[in-house]
Design a protein around this ligand. Structure first.
Ligand SMILES: Cc1cc2nc3c(=O)[nH]c(=O)nc-3n(C[C@H](O)[C@H](O)[C@H](O)COP(=O)(O)OP(=O)(O)OC[C@H]3O[C@@H](n4cnc5c(N)ncnc54)[C@H](O)[C@@H]3O)c2cc1C
Length: 339
């Protein structure tokens, strides 16, 4: 291990995951320089140990202790690096806090990321599940990403096509799951227009009269504060399940039995169902199983009522999945990464 790095042992991860689940890592390294990462992967002593890349811990469910090395990404830095005719290019290092970065772009007078305000976590994790909210996804404002590939020991740049973004999905969840994101570059529009496609946002006070990007951000923040639990108060990982996408025919058959089914037509003819509505209809909203529960204001969010283990959350999630499957024939897929 290079002398410049300092590995800690039997390290508690409880404050490093927004669910607030107690778990311990066999070894832990706070990575503030790219060289530390390169050093770990170049050192045979660490080669066989499992590794977990951790950002803000807001999209992971720790199901037990981690018998390996946690690499906690703390790389910092953000800058405007230029542009083309239509875009400003802004780059941020992977360890930057996402919301603070969004606020920083707005303070520079750069709109484009405001709909993604207040999403917890880091810049580096944002492309992993193509974070999205209020009518915008990362892919809509993405330029490129710099990754370190432990398999080859090389660093390379990937464009949007190489990232294969989808709904809460990217190549980093599949063949690219070993890649470590070092920084992300965004292409923000020079001709900014508010994105008010999402009705709930369009209906917020002040949104009807040519709002500024900062005003849109403030409206998004207000809505999110009303609807979602603050992880600092009550442990959670945001939406616990993805909204299931089903074939048009399956949706039509469901509508015959459940006329109030919430569904959104997709460009390819499939239909996206509202997972929160399905869970609510199965009677889970506000219910608990052991120390894990379903948030009373939003059935899509599972919470740690205090002292929940990862296993408690998994048991609750499985019970919800079974009920939704039995009633609607739809399998809910968890959004957080189980560790
Ligand atoms: C209250 C709340 C609200 C939320 N709302 C939304 C929302 O509106 N929309 C949305 O899309 N998500 C939402 N989320 C989920 C979460 O905030 C995002 O997925 C976020 O991008 C996770 O960032 P993180 O740094 O915490 O990632 P972590 O939880 O630390 O990691 C998530 C995954 O990414 C990997 N990873 C992390 N950093 C890197 C890196 N640098 N390189 C390679 N792999 C990496 C990890 O290994 C893990 O597999 C919400 C979560 C909470 C708690």
């Amino acid at each position: 291990m290079p002398a410049s790095t300092s590995v800690l042992y039997q390290f508690s991860l409880q404050s490093l995951n927004t669910f607030g689940i107690a778990a311990t890592a066999r070894a832990y390294l706070h990575v503030t320089k790219k060289e530390q990462l390169l050093g770990v992967y170049a050192d045979g002593a660490w080669a066989t140990l499992p590794k977990l890349i951790l950002g803000g811990g807001s999209n992971v469910l720790l199901t037990g202790d981690f018998d390996g090395l946690v690499l906690h990404i703390g790389l910092e830095g953000k800058e405007l690096i230029g542009g083309d005719e239509r875009h400003h290019f802004v780059r941020a290092a992977a360890g930057e806090n996402w919301h603070a970065f969004v606020q920083w772009t707005l303070a520079q007078g750069l709109g484009g990321l405001e709909n993604l305000s207040l999403i917890p976590g880091t810049v580096g994790a944002a492309p992993i599940q193509n974070i999205g909210a209020y009518g915008l996804e990362i892919k809509d404002v993405f330029h490129s990403v710099t990754v370190f590939d432990p398999a080859s020991g090389e660093t390379r740049v990937m464009d949007a096509a190489a990232c294969r973004f989808g709904y809460r999905d990217s190549v980093f969840k599949h063949e690219g799951r070993q890649l470590i994101i070092l920084d992300v570059t965004f292409a923000l529009p020079k001709q900014w227009q508010p994105n008010l496609r999402y009705a709930e946002l369009a209906n917020e006070p002040g949104m009807q009269d040519a709002p500024s990007a900062q005003q849109v951000a403030d409206a998004v923040i207000a809505i999110r504060r009303r609807k979602l639990p603050d992880p600092a108060q009550i442990g959670n990982a945001g939406s616990f399940f993805k909204n299931p996408v089903v074939a048009g025919a399956q949706c039509a058959a469901l509508l015959e039995r459940f006329p109030n089914l919430v569904h959104h037509a997709q460009p390819d003819g499939s239909e996206k169902l509202a997972a929160g509505w399905l869970i609510d209809q199965c009677g889970w909203k506000g219910k608990s199983l052991g120390a894990a529960g379903v948030y009373p204001k939003q059935a899509l969010v599972l919470v740690n009522n205090g002292g929940a283990s990862g296993a408690d959350v998994v048991t609750l999630a499985r019970a919800i999945q079974a009920d939704v499957q039995a009633r609607y024939g739809v399998l809910l897929e968890p959004e957080p990464v189980f560790v």
